[in-house]
Design a binder for this molecule. Sequence first.
Ligand SMILES: NC(=O)c1ccc[n+]([C@@H]2O[C@H](COP(=O)([O-])OP(=O)(O)OC[C@H]3O[C@@H](n4cnc5c(N)ncnc54)[C@H](OP(=O)(O)O)[C@@H]3O)[C@@H](O)[C@H]2O)c1
Length: 295
Amino acid sequence: MTSQLLVTGASGQLGQRVIHHLLNTLAVAPGRIIATSRNPDSLTQLAALGVTVRAADFEDTASLHAAFTGAQRALLISTDALDRPGRRLAQHQAALSAAVSAGVQHLAYTSMPLPDNSPLLIAADHADTEKAISGSNLAGWTILRNHWYFENLFMSLPSALASGRWYSAAGQGKIAHIARDDLALAAATALLTGEGKHTYTLSGAQAFTTEEIAAAVSQATGKAIEVVPVPVDGLIQGMVAAGLPAPLAAVFASFDTNTAAGRVANLSDDFQTLTGTSPQPFAQWLDANKAAFAG
Ligand SMILES: NC(=O)c1ccc[n+]([C@@H]2O[C@H](COP(=O)([O-])OP(=O)(O)OC[C@H]3O[C@@H](n4cnc5c(N)ncnc54)[C@H](OP(=O)(O)O)[C@@H]3O)[C@@H](O)[C@H]2O)c1
């Protein structure tokens, strides 16, 4: 198999680990990999290894055809453009069009669990991107419905650890977190070996409530965290009072609404099916990363 494998967003945190797994876990020759980024200058180390590095910005549609030229298989990493509803979908559609017109045969995409009819305010972009992919002329595709990263806790927990209070509207909803690095392995595997048209939901091995996560982090760090239940409106008001623009506060709060509705709680064997390995348990990840919470 000698197809050229293209990874978009290769300088992002997930993208870097996808390239790592292609090269080091799956032993793909560097000459088979095309790494694209808005910041190709940040990928000089990959270029030195023999990876083809190209500029690709989904906002710059004119540049995208050249960026995808020669690729038979591609991983479209969803972007982080959350400031305007629909902007991210337009970016993904531009990348999809470029991939199809460049002759990509199989495309993998990083989506989220249960994106359809979701209370999560960023879900529609994923749902509509999935529809654009399944409605395209691609010969094959793999939708990777990535559960939330363990690493998201690096964003939500520092203030809770500092104050001892974790304001939550997630109720008893559970989260089936998974390590970002495991999702990178799954994406690299789908890019290399995916055939046909499949949707995989990639969860961790267990699901935990906010209180259970708080207890585990408290035990690992030695710092008490009390989970304080608040209504969603209260959560939004708190974030706005802390300086966040209201629309963004509503987006962040909708993660809790989504969790409370049980939409990120379901466990799936798809990670094992796709990669042949088990996802890293939360306790093991926490032990390896607890120093990062010590701050
Ligand atoms: N499952 C989860 O818990 C979770 C958490 C956070 C984010 N996500 C989603 O998963 C994606 C990857 O996560 P990450 O941890 O790697 O996030 P990250 O480090 O913030 O990376 C953002 C990614 O978006 C790409 N991007 C942004 N604007 C772009 C544009 N105009 N054209 C092309 N690419 C663009 C970046 O590519 P370059 O900088 O290389 O151009 C980079 O790959 C995120 O973008 C987001 O959609 C999922």
